[in-house]
Design a protein around this ligand. Structure first.
Ligand code: OOB
Length: 549
C-alpha cells in the first residue's frame, strides 16, 4: 500500500469558530464521545441485546448482539490496518442493507479512518470521483446486489486510478480481499481521535458539476443522533426497519441506525424496499418504527388494503427526503394505524421533525421544527432581506450540527455559505405561527426525484460530452408518484441522436441510473432570462403546459 503518499488527515478542516464551539460545548451538546468508541461503549451497556438483524452478503439471515458487533468491528479494524488503512484515511463504503454494513462502518470508525458514504446506485463516474477526490485508501463493496456485480465496478474504477485503494469485498471476493478474512484478525484497540475532528464524509445532494463532500465531526453528529433519538422516542424497545439505503443521512441518523444503536434498540435491515417485504418484516420482527421517502409511503398506503399482515406493532412512520403531500399524510394514521412523523433534513446538518405529540393538523401540514434550540433559522427574500413573518423565502441556517463548509471546495463555499457562516439550503420555506417549517419549493438547480437528489449541472456536463450535443439543461417535471422526474432539454448540431442512444451514452459514462433523464427533448435554442442565463423556470413552465395537454 502507498498510504504514505496519501493526502494527510483532515483534522484541520470543518472547524467551527471558537466562540461557537465554546457555546455548543458549554450547552452540553458537544461531548467527548467519538464514533471510534461507540460500539465499545454500547457493548458495555447492552452486551447480549440484539443490535442488528438482516440479510448478510449471501442473503442468509444473520443477527448480531451488541457484543458481536463490537467484536467484529474490532477484528475488521485490525484487518483494514493490515491493508494500510490509517487514522485519518478515507474509506469509500458502498454496501447495500446487509449486516456487514454495520460491522464495516464501526471498523472504519474504530481505526479513526473516515467513511465516505457512497450509495449502492452509484457507478464508475461517481465512485471513481470519490476515490480520487477523497484519495481513498480502501473501497469496500458487496460482491453483488440487485443483479449488479460490484467487483466489475471495482475493477473498472481501480484500473483507472493512479493510486488505487485496496478493495475489500463482502461475499465472494474474486481476486480482491475478502471481508471474511479481515474478520479473522485479533481485535484492534480503539483509536484515540478528537471528538471535534472530522468523523466521515457524507454526500451532498448537490447542485454543481461535481458532487460535494460534507465533513461531519464526531461531536456535531453525535449530538444530532442523541437528540434525534430522544425526540423520536427511541429506546431499548425500539425495533427499527431500515428500508432506505443505509448510508443515506436520513436512515443513518435521523434517528436511524445510529440513533437506535445509541439507545440499545434493534435495527432490522430490509433486503428490498417493496411493501410486501416490509409488511412481512413488520409482522415477523414486531417492528415499531420505520422511515420512508414519499413514493414508498404512497406504495405502503396503496398496498395496505390488500395485505394480510399484522402491522399493529408499528408506532411511528417517518416520512422525509422530499415533500409529502398533505392528502397522503392524512391517510397514514387511519390506514396504517401509526403516528406520522414528517422529517425535513439535509446531510449538511439541519434536521426538522414534527413531534410525536403534535396535533394532527401540524403533523399533516408542516415539515416539523428544528432539533436544537441553537439551530438558527433565517428566511430571506431574493435581495437577502428577512421576509415578513409567515411569508415564503430562502432558508438559511447555522447551528451546532450544520457544517461551515464543504470538503476542499473553497470557491463553492464562498457562495453556499454567508460570511457569518449560515448555510444557504436552496429551499424555499415559510414559518408557521408556532415556529414550524413548511417547505414551499426550491431555488437550487437540483431535481428531487422521490428523495433522490440530482444536481442539474452534473448531468448537463455528461450530456455535453456527447459529440452531437451543443448545450443541455436539465430540469424537473411534476410526477404523481415520484413528485418530480427529470427532463433534459438538449440542443444538438449535426445529426440528432436518438433518445435511447443518448441515455445509453450516459450509462456508458458510468452515471448512476437514477440520474439518467426520464425524458429528453430536443430544441433549437433555450429561452433566456434578462441577464442571458438559461431560463429553467421557462423550461419547467413549457413542460408543465405540455404535460397538461
Ligand atoms: C435528506 O437529505 P439530503 O441531503 O439528501 O437532501 C436535502 C434536501 C433538502 O435541502 C430539501 O431540498 C429536500 O432534500 N428535503 C425535503 C424534505 N426533506 C428533505 N423537501 C421537502 N420536504 C421534506 N420533508 O433528504 C434528509 C436528511 C436527513 C433527514 C431527512 C432527509
Amino acid at each position: 500500500m502507498t498510504s504514505g503518499l496519501r493526502r494527510s488527515a483532515l483534522a484541520d478542516i470543518a472547524r467551527f469558530p471558537e466562540d461557537f464551539s465554546e457555546l455548543y460545548r458549554g450547552a452540553g451538546y458537544w461531548t467527548e464521545e467519538t464514533f471510534a468508541e461507540f460500539t465499545a461503549n454500547r457493548s458495555a451497556r447492552f452486551a447480549d441485546r440484539i443490535a442488528v438483524v438482516g440479510p448478510d452478503a449471501t442473503g442468509a439471515r444473520r443477527q448480531l448482539t451488541y457484543r458481536d458487533l463490537d467484536e467484529s468491528a474490532a477484528r475488521i479494524a485490525t484487518g483494514l490496518g493490515c491493508l494500510g488503512v490509517r487514522a485519518g484515511d478515507r474509506v469509500v463504503l458502498q454496501l447495500p442493507n446487509i449486516v456487514e454494513y454495520t460491522e464495516v462502518l464501526f471498523a472504519v470508525f474504530r481505526l479513526g479512518a473516515l467513511p465516505v458514504f457512497a450509495l449502492p446506485a452509484h457507478r464508475a463516474s461517481e465512485i471513481g470521483y470519490f476515490c480520487r477526490f477523497a484519495d481513498a485508501a480502501a473501497y469496500i463493496v458487496a460482491a453483488e446486489h440487485g443483479g449488479f456485480d460490484y467487483r466489475t465496478l471495482a475493477r473498472e474504477v481501480t484500473g483507472a486510478l493512479e493510486n488505487p485503494p485496496a478493495v475489500v469485498v463482502a461475499g465472494d471476493s474474486g481476486e480482491f480481499v475478502s471481508l471474511a478474512s479481515l474478520r479473522e484478525q485479533e481485535p484492534a484497540a480503539v483509536a484515540g481521535v478528537h471528538a471535534e475532528s472530522v468523523a466521515f464524509l457524507q454526500l451532498s445532494g448537490g447542485t454543481t458539476g461535481t458532487p460535494k463532500l460534507i465533513p461531519r465531526t464526531h461531536a456535531d453528529y453525535l449530538y444530532s443522533v442523541r437528540e434525534s433519538a430522544r425526540i423520536c422516542g427511541v429506546d431499548e424497545d425500539t425495533r427499527m426497519l431500515v428500508v432506505l439505503p443505509a448510508a443515506h443521512n436520513f436512515p443513518m441518523s435521523s434517528p436511524g441506525i445510529l440513533g437506535v444503536l445509541h439507545a440499545g434498540g434493534t435495527v432490522v435491515l430490509a433486503p428490498d424496499p417493496s411493501p410486501d417485504t416490509a409488511f412481512a418484516l413488520i409482522e415477523g420482527e414486531r417492528i415499531t418504527m420505520a422511515s420512508l421517502v414519499p413514493p414508498l409511503a404512497l406504495a405502503w398506503l396503496s398496498a395496505r388494503a390488500r395485505s394480510p399482515h399484522d402491522l399493529s406493532s408499528l408506532e411511528v412512520l417517518q416520512v422525509g427526503g422530499a415533500k409529502f403531500p398533505a392528502e397522503a399524510a392524512k391517510r397514514v394514521r387511519p390506514e396504517l394505524g401509526c403516528t406520522l412523523q414528517q422529517v425535513f433534513g439535509m446531510a449538511e446538518g439541519l434536521v426538522n421533525y414534527t413531534r410525536l405529540e403534535d396535533d394532527e393538523d401540524t403533523i399533516v401540514h408542516t415539515q416539523g421544527r428544528p432539533i436544537s434550540p441553537h439551530d438558527e433559522i433565517r428566511v430571506l427574500d431574493d435581495a437577502g432581506e428577512p421576509v415578513p413573518f409567515g411569508t415564503a423565502g430562502h432558508l438559511l441556517t447555522r447551528g451546532p450540527y450544520t457544517i461551515r463548509g464543504y470538503y476542499d471546495a473553497p470557491e463553492h463555499n464562498s457562495t453556499a455559505f454567508t460570511a457569518d457562516g449560515f448555510y444557504r439550503t436552496g429551499d424555499i420555506v415559510r414559518i408557521t405561527e408556532h415556529g414550524y417549517i413548511v417547505v414551499e419549493g426550491r431555488a437550487k438547480d437540483q431535481i428531487n426525484r422521490g428523495g433522490e437528489k440530482i444536481a442539474a449541472e452534473e448531468v448537463e456536463n455528461h450530456l455535453i460530452a456527447h459529440p452531437a450535443v451543443l448545450d443541455a439543461a436539465v430540469v424537473s417535471m411534476p410526477d404523481q408518484y415520484l413528485g418530480e422526474r427529470t427532463c433534459a432539454f438538449v440542443v444538438t448540431e449535426g445529426e440528432t441522436p436518438k433518445t435511447l442512444a443518448l441515455k445509453a451514452f450516459l450509462r456508458d459514462r458510468g452515471l448512476a441510473a437514477y440520474k439518467i433523464p426520464d425524458k429528453v427533448r430536443f430544441v433549437d435554442a433555450f429561452p433566456v432570462t434578462g441577464v442571458g442565463k438559461i431560463s429553467r423556470n421557462e423550461l419547467r413552465r413549457a413542460l408543465t403546459a405540455a404535460l397538461q395537454n
